[in-house]
Design a protein around this ligand. Structure first.
Ligand SMILES: [Zn+2]
Length: 303
């Protein structure tokens, strides 16, 4: 375990020494049964979990023994993110990434928001990996919060960049609890995270039009790619709003620049392939990859 010390410290605060020893022994034996695969890799790549479980079943381990993995992940994840101090991991062990602030009650709306975020997360990460043709994009914690940030625009989520980055979701600002809205919102925040790990410090200095335009365009093509009636509705709403508020104070509208290629603007389409053919996706990637130099990236977006 790469994070063994961190994990031990975390367990020590919560459990008796005997329990701590038991957990560590359990982890070591699981690692051994997986041909010394590192348990912490599952935290980075959540998709591995079911494969690991199947493998252990095949090897004849009991279901009870394997279900210990859920508890391990819950604790290891808290240890890795240190989120346990401000929020709690949901009681339901199927949530690994989504936590809620302590004051958020698990109402049916909150449960729906949490479930949708949890279910959609891997899909968004995979979409990004395919788009950027790169593997191993990470998962960061998502905190469902009661806060309603006081901004001129009703914001649905926010990305916090630091050594331990995370995303906050302001579910009370949602006009509706349609899954399509939630998915689009998570995709938007996730792009901020990718932008942050790619451009590091420069991310902070980048213009708001650049950051928000990129995040909004990514969420837009993500919704289009989902190919659902509600997802198209969200995408169309964003598009209409970009058109209406283009070149205004509203930084999200700069996403429209990605539809403008060599002075011509592509019309809204529900076909993902059209955005590829017209060059919008290519432009987006080109701008993203020049974000280390925000000024160049900004210029690339405008032209
Ligand atoms: Zn944003």
């Amino acid at each position: 375990m790469k994070r063994e010390d961190e994990f031990k410290l975390y367990l020590k605060k919560k459990f008796k020494p005997k329990t701590v020893t038991n957990y560590l022994t359990y982890c070591k034996s699981i690692e051994k049964s997986m041909n010394n695969k590192d348990m912490d890799d599952i935290i980075v790549d959540y998709k591995m979990l079911s494969a690991v479980k199947d493998n252990l079943l095949l090897k004849g381990y009991s279901k009870e023994y394997i279900s210990g993995l859920n508890a391990y992940l819950k604790f290891a994840f808290s240890a890795a993110t240190k989120l346990s101090t401000t929020s709690e991991i949901l009681v339901n062990s199927k949530f690994y990434y989504v936590t809620r602030s302590k004051d958020v009650l698990l109402t049916s709306e909150v449960k729906f928001v949490c479930e949708t975020l949890e279910q959609e997360y891997a899909h968004i990460v995979r979409f990004a990996e395919e788009l950027f043709n790169k593997a191993g994009f990470g998962f960061i914690p998502i905190v469902v919060s009661n806060e309603m940030p006081d901004e001129c625009e009703k914001i649905l989520g926010r990305f916090f960049g630091s050594v331990k980055p995370y995303i906050e979701i302001y579910y009370r600002n949602f006009d509706s609890y349609d899954a399509a809205v939630i998915k689009n919102c998570l995709a938007h925040e996730y792009l901020h995270y990718l932008h942050f790990i790619y451009a590091g410090m420069e991310y902070d200095n980048a213009k708001k039009e650049l950051k928000e335009g990129m995040a909004d365009f990514f969420a837009f093509i993500y919704s289009i790619n989902l190919n659902g009636k509600d997802d198209f509705k969200i995408a169309k709403n964003r598009y209409n709003r970009w058109k209406r508020d283009f070149a205004s104070y509203w930084p999200y509208a700069s996403a429209l620049y990605f539809l403008q290629i060599c002075g011509n603007e592509m019309k809204y389409s529900t076909k993902y392939d059209n955005y590829v053919k017209y060059g919008c996706i290519g432009k987006f990637l080109q701008v993203f990859l020049s974000t280390e130099h925000p000024y160049d990236a900004y210029l690339a977006m405008l032209h």
